[in-house]
Design a protein around this ligand. Structure first.
Ligand code: DAH
Length: 344
């Protein structure tokens, strides 16, 4: 067959095959079959040299026309099939899904709810009080003497309130003022907890934040003893940290309790063996407690000869840090989604 006829035949074959192209893959196969390095058109070009010099011109022209036609047709088909032809799109069903953090409970809220739940179960009701307090509720009524360091400007955020006296208003430094507010309006028996935010003028570091949370506890009735305090606190910490937890009361001083004690719990990391976190003591300091000072009861009109009571205060972040293994209190207040997302 003459080469020039082969060109005509090839053109017809291309015509038929290109009409059957339905997707990108078939298109690519067609391109390779005709225009690839070893494709049919390319092969004919390589046979140019076998042709008589006299016919070479006509052959070359016909072949070029076919090539141009094929390139154009392939371009058209490509445009017809579109960039993202379905057959081209590969969906890997084995890939894990991508999840966005759509929000969740703050770890402090979760811990706070857990704490409240435990005390509710023991018969305590929940009371709240204002975060903007007066010196009277935050210090005076709590039997805190004028010389007490907590009153210092360096520890307390005092507020300028229109119509208020200087050093009269402040951001409460503890949840203890709620004790006073409750005892002013309610007579024994009183069995409450007061969860909430408190503020101190502390420089932030891994264990200090100018804003943090406490839970106050108060129980006042006839015949309330320190044994009740120890039993309640032990039951609470066992509920939080597990049944193997023990507590230890160390003598301390708080203006509003007498006697006062600091409460330690068995180190949650070494279970009392002694480790770096508990500084080899086996104990972790958790908060303060004591028997309500008779002066405090008298101040709110409760007769200390008839009634007695105990109180405690604990830090919520401290519990959250121990339970979740968080080593920097500031993380709770920075609202970094990489941190919060771990609790969602
Ligand atoms: N208010 C104390 C503080 O912030 C904690 C505290 C200690 C509260 C002893 C009490 C208590 O109710 O009895 O450091």
């Amino acid at each position: 067959m003459k080469l020039i006829e082969e060109i005509g035949e090839l053109r017809e074959r291309f015509q038929v095959e290109s009409a059957g192209v339905g997707d990108r893959e078939a298109l690519e196969r067609l391109r390779i079959a005709y225009l690839g390095r070893k494709g049919a058109i390319s092969m004919l070009f390589s046979r140019m040299r076998d042709i008589d010099a006299g016919q070479r011109g006509a052959f070359g022209k016909a072949l070029n026309e076919l090539k141009i036609h094929a390139v154009k047709r392939l371009d058209e088909l490509k445009a017809e099939l579109g960039e993202d032809a379905p057959a081209q799109e590969v969906i890997d069903l084995t890939l894990p899904g991508r999840r966005d953090f759509i929000g969740g409970r703050h770890p402090l809220t979760t811990i706070m709810d857990e704490i409240i739940d435990i005390f509710r179960g023991m018969g305590f009701t929940v009371e709240t009080g204002p975060e903007v307090e007066t010196v009277y509720y935050n210090f005076d009524a709590l039997n805190t003497p004028q010389w007490h360091p907590a009153r210092d400007m360096t520890d307390t955020f005092y507020l300028d309130v229109p119509g208020g006296k200087p050093l009269e208003w402040l951001l409460r430094t503890e949840t203890s003022p709620v004790q006073i507010r409750v005892m002013e309006r309610q007579k024994p028996p009183i069995r409450i907890i007061a969860p909430g935010r408190v503020y101190r003028n502390d420089k932030p570091d891994a264990s200090h934040s100018p804003i943090f949370m406490q839970v106050e506890g108060l129980y006042v009735d006839r015949g309330v003893t320190m044994a009740d305090l120890k039993g309640t606190v032990l039951a609470f910490y066992r509920a939080v940290f597990g049944p193997d937890t023990d507590t230890r009361f160390r003598p301390h001083f708080f203006p509003f309790t007498e006697p006062s004690a600091e409460v330690d719990v068995t180190c949650v990391f070494c279970k009392g063996e002694g480790c770096r976190v508990c500084k080899q003591t086996g104990w972790l300091e958790m908060g303060g407690s004591g028997m309500v000072d008779p002066n405090v009861l008298e101040g709110v009109g409760i007769d200390p000869e008839v009634y007695s009571g105990w109180a405690f205060g604990l830090g919520v972040e401290r519990i959250a840090m121990l339970k979740y293994g968080v080593d920097d209190i500031r993380l709770f207040y920075e609202n970094d989604l990489r941190f919060l997302g771990q609790f969602g």
